[in-house]
Design a protein around this ligand. Structure first.
Ligand SMILES: NC(=O)c1ccc[n+]([C@@H]2O[C@H](COP(=O)([O-])OP(=O)(O)OC[C@H]3O[C@@H](n4cnc5c(N)ncnc54)[C@H](OP(=O)(O)O)[C@@H]3O)[C@@H](O)[C@H]2O)c1
Length: 209
């Protein structure tokens, strides 16, 4: 019988696993794998992923993993005119450096052939009003993913799932995205499954409706 190499049960950490997208991804990946949820205020382990010391101590507590998924990160939304330098640092420290640090620190806790999946969004390619900061960090993560994939060793892969506005967030954000067709949740979940269980590396997995 044909044996699928990646069908084995993996130990997967999901940072932001209790969030809007995270909980759906957790539900799916838990069907086959052991999933550990990390969050600022909720989950199996607590972490502030914008703080590298907090991240190191989380990885030390958990030990070796087969996959790390980050579905978290904030950036300030406002008119460019209103955004201060410190406002830009919110996105840089949280969504950008938080995810860079997931790779920088997390790679040392991955088994051979492990994977890291980051999260970005439509704004990188298709920004809307008030998103200079959010769009900027998303684009930065895309460039980072492509570059770091060239250097990771031990068969460790890294990808980013880049989604359009998702159905479960549509009511909250629809006024910011006029004319947007939101992504069904199963489609975005499939993007994470593709990264975790598949073989792709250094890719930006774009999920549109
Ligand atoms: N929703 C969308 O339509 C959409 C589309 C494309 C991209 N994205 C991106 O995908 C990511 C998740 O979006 P979402 O809508 O699922 O967000 P969400 O509902 O706000 O959930 C975010 C999750 O991340 C955790 N978290 C936030 N900051 C953290 C930190 N500093 N350290 C550790 N955990 C932290 C939260 O945990 P606690 O509650 O415990 O703090 C929460 O579980 C965001 O980066 C967002 O920009 C979202």
């Amino acid at each position: 019988m044909l044996q699928l190499l990646n069908e084995h049960n993996m130990k997967i950490l999901i940072i932001g696993g209790n969030g809007t997208i995270g909980k759906k991804v957790c539900k799916r990946l838990s069907e086959k794998h052991e999933v550990i949820i990390a969050g600022r205020n909720s989950g199996d382990v607590k972490v502030d992923f914008s703080n590298s010391e907090s991240m190191k101590s989380m990885f030390e507590t958990i030990g070796q993993l087969d996959a790390i998924v980050a579905i978290a990160g904030d950036a300030k939304w406002d008119k460019f005119e209103n955004l201060t330098e410190d406002d830009f640092y919110i996105g840089i420290k949280s969504k950008l450096m938080g995810q860079v640090n997931v790779v920088r620190i997390g790679k040392d806790y991955l088994n051979e052939g492990g994977s890291i999946t980051l999260s970005t969004g439509i704004l990188a390619d298709d920004p809307v009003d008030m998103t200079t900061s959010a769009a900027m960090v998303n684009g930065g993560i895309h460039s980072f993913v492509k570059a770091v994939a060239l250097e990771l060793i031990n068969g460790i892969r890294v990808n980013a799932v880049c989604s359009d506005l998702v159905e479960d967030s549509y009511e909250k954000y629809k006024d910011y995205f006029p004319g947007n067709t939101p992504v069904p949740m199963h489609k975005i979940v499939n993007g994470y499954v593709k990264s975790v269980e598949g073989k792709i590396n250094g890719e930006i997995i774009r999920i549109m409706a």
